[in-house]
Design a protein around this ligand. Sequence first.
Ligand SMILES: NC(=O)c1ccc[n+]([C@@H]2O[C@H](COP(=O)([O-])OP(=O)(O)OC[C@H]3O[C@@H](n4cnc5c(N)ncnc54)[C@H](OP(=O)(O)O)[C@@H]3O)[C@@H](O)[C@H]2O)c1
Length: 447
Amino acid sequence: MNILFPLLLLTSALPSAESAFAMNSSEIQSPSRTDEMILHNDIRMTRLSNNQMMPMIGFGAGNVPRSHVGALVADAIQPDKKIYLIDTARESKNEALIAEGIVAGAERCNTEDVKPEIHVITKVWYTHLGYNRTKLAVEDSLEAFRDALESDKVDVKLHIQLHYPRCYESIEWMDCDNEEAVLDEKVKQVGPDPRLDPRNSLKGSWTYLEDLYLSANFPVASIGVSNFALADLEEVQEYSRVQPHTLQINMWSVLYDPLLVEHCRRHNIHLQVYNALQSTMSSLEYVAKAVPSSTMTPGQAVISWLVKQDISVFPRTSKITRLSENSATDIASMPSFSPKQMEDIEFALRRGFGEDDIIEELPIPPSADVVSWFLAITSLIVIVVTIRAPSVSSPPKPLKATPKTGRRKRLKPKHRSREVFKVREKAPVHIGRSQWLVSYLLKQMRL
Ligand SMILES: NC(=O)c1ccc[n+]([C@@H]2O[C@H](COP(=O)([O-])OP(=O)(O)OC[C@H]3O[C@@H](n4cnc5c(N)ncnc54)[C@H](OP(=O)(O)O)[C@@H]3O)[C@@H](O)[C@H]2O)c1
């Protein structure tokens, strides 16, 4: 196969891949942010823009079978795992089960001296956009979490986000008309259908979250948004009294939306990612090649790769055994990645997203350094060959200028490989041998 095509693809793709990586790793890891990733109580924590410390490794309880939720949450917060961040949403309808799991788990922890501090993220569904609808949704969430919030065995910090900026008619699974139609009457009575005035509904929701956050009665630990595009985020920031502390996005956005990621970095909006494992399942075999299997599993490598960039993650699992693999204690004990490994993991993840054409023939693509060296050496050879090549007008060297006998005396046949002989026999007499050798090799490679 002609290697020129993948080479060209590789070289032309490199700057963008590199710059994307620079966004995702170097700029993301600005020293000030990296310093905030504190190893506290044996787990990775981040500091939000309001100075609230928040664990970075969590358990995604959204979409977990209801029958498993309580047991998984109780197990997640045990001292051997310290998964002190639980993610869910009002729409997952499991907030009360999570509260039960937290209380049961805290009782099992039996730590008399220090109460575990458990952070819970929940979200307001898009049917509840608008000041009064959002207020109702948050009040229902608070009621569902009441047992955990009031327990003296545990200290629960609640983080509230808007799940989506609006309902999109264009997204197939968003059944906007029907979802509005089947809403409880009390929801419809407190506020209008948010689709009638999407911008004001969003503004109303954010204003309610701000009021809640600023109120003395029930200060939530942070307020944020989820699935917001850059334009949505900027819109909220324009009128906000309290800037969003967090943004929850899917893995695709981490890899392919550098402007959004960069914006959050600049505005100190902490990034959280969902779909981190689900969407990268087909990348895991490539991730495995980028990190020694003796140190971590591919899943742990993906989690660590995100955490190293100060991005929180809360893998979902329905298996208690998996909780150990994804635990905050295990991830905190993993060796740190070198910049090269960070780059290799990113390439591996991108490959799982269908970028095989860019890195067609390279299981783990060479680092930018290796490619630069390869290009530099190739260019050098081309320059040398060009300089040594006789000008068009210069006459071919006469045969006698390279007397065979003299050469043979210096390099005895028995010390040469048969290949060298073959090459020499085929070499045209009017060009230098090294020059011919290069063109012969290039020909073999069909360049
Ligand atoms: N904001 C939003 O709109 C939004 C949307 C979706 C999800 N979320 C939140 O994000 C959480 C997680 O995201 P997700 O539901 O997309 O799933 P995910 O965590 O990306 O992936 C879950 C899948 O990964 C597997 N898995 C777990 N740990 C693994 C490991 N160490 N190695 C290999 N595979 C592993 C699980 O299998 P097993 O069950 O067999 O372990 C499961 O099939 C959800 O629970 C939810 O709380 C938020």
